[in-house]
Ligand binder design. Structure first.
Ligand SMILES: Nc1ncnc2c1ncn2[C@@H]1O[C@H](COP(=O)(O)OP(=O)(O)OP(=O)(O)O)[C@@H](O)[C@H]1O
Ligand SMILES: [Mg+2]
Length: 243
């Protein structure tokens, strides 16, 4: 056994040679609109370890949302490769890619994206019903997840009957209920006041540590990036810190 293999890594040492769950190489994305070409991603290389919590920061318009969408296979790329757990999403058909996302990924957005006519529990169980989990099992797991985010007393409430922080916690429960390997969050606290933002970040950090879910989180808030294992800075379509 080599010296490298013998070395034992501390659980939170993210320089350890873990298998990458996200690997992007030479990623390029060019938007073409209104006669303009805009290079939103310029040869991005990035790798994220399983269980890692990575914060992505950078000025408005530098390509953070584009990066997340391209990594998650929500948007097409113009060059390069994205491998999620060794799978090249671009090589899958649209249906297989959607299936892969439903099974392996969770999404959290700045504006919550909850369905207004559904209760908290119904919003959370939706991803499971799409995965053809039985109604009974889906409700059971949705309840357990709402409990984990501290909202079991609000399961019948609709989004309009919840505070902003509570809505985002429902959205987090929805993102995590299928036990995804990787969770993408685009400014999850952008619409929350400081106190609600703190609660949501506390929750995300705890879930990342307890469930070992990989979390890639775009944020403008320095205190959020301080909680992450690693900070990636972007500028003008490039990563300017080692990815
Ligand atoms: N659908 C699109 N069509 C054309 N250009 C786009 C499109 N989406 C984004 N862009 C452009 O690509 C660049 C990167 O946008 P992106 O949304 O990734 O930035 P961002 O870093 O997430 O910014 P913010 O912090 O404001 O959310 C911007 O200049 C934007 O105008
Ligand atoms: Mg954005």
């Amino acid at each position: 056994m080599s010296a490298l293999e013998e070395r034992s890594w501390a659980a939170d040492d993210w320089s350890a040679p873990r298998a990458a769950i996200v690997r992007a190489e030479g990623l390029r994305k060019t938007y073409r609109a209104h006669g303009l070409e805009l290079d939103a991603l310029r040869a991005v290389n990035l790798s994220v370890a399983r269980g890692e919590m990575v914060a992505v920061m950078g000025p408005s318009g530098c390509g953070k949302t584009t990066l997340l969408n391209c990594l998650a296979g929500l948007d097409t790329i113009d060059a390069g490769h994205v491998l999620i757990d060794g799978v090249d999403l671009a090589s899958l058909s649209d249906a297989r890619r959607a299936d892969y996302r439903a099974q392996r990924m969770g999404f959290i957005f700045q504006n919550f994206n909850l369905l207004p006519v559904l209760s908290a529990a119904e919003n959370v169980e939706l991803p499971l019903l799409l995965l053809r989990v039985s109604a009974r099992e889906a409700r059971k797991r949705a309840r357990a997840m709402l409990d984990a985010v501290g909202l079991s007393h609000r399961e019948r409430h609709r989004p309009a009957e919840l505070s902003g922080g509570q809505r985002q916690r429902v959205a987090i429960a929805r993102a995590l209920v299928n036990e995804p390997a990787i969770v993408w969050a685009d400014e999850p606290t952008g619409n929350l006041d400081t106190e609600a933002a703190d609660e949501v970040m506390e929750l995300l950090t705890r879930l990342n540590r307890e469930r070992r879910q990989t979390l890639v989180i775009v944020t403008h808030a320095p205190d959020i990036s301080a909680r992450a294992h690693r900070l990636i800075r972007m500028r003008d379509g490039r990563i300017v810190t080692p990815g």
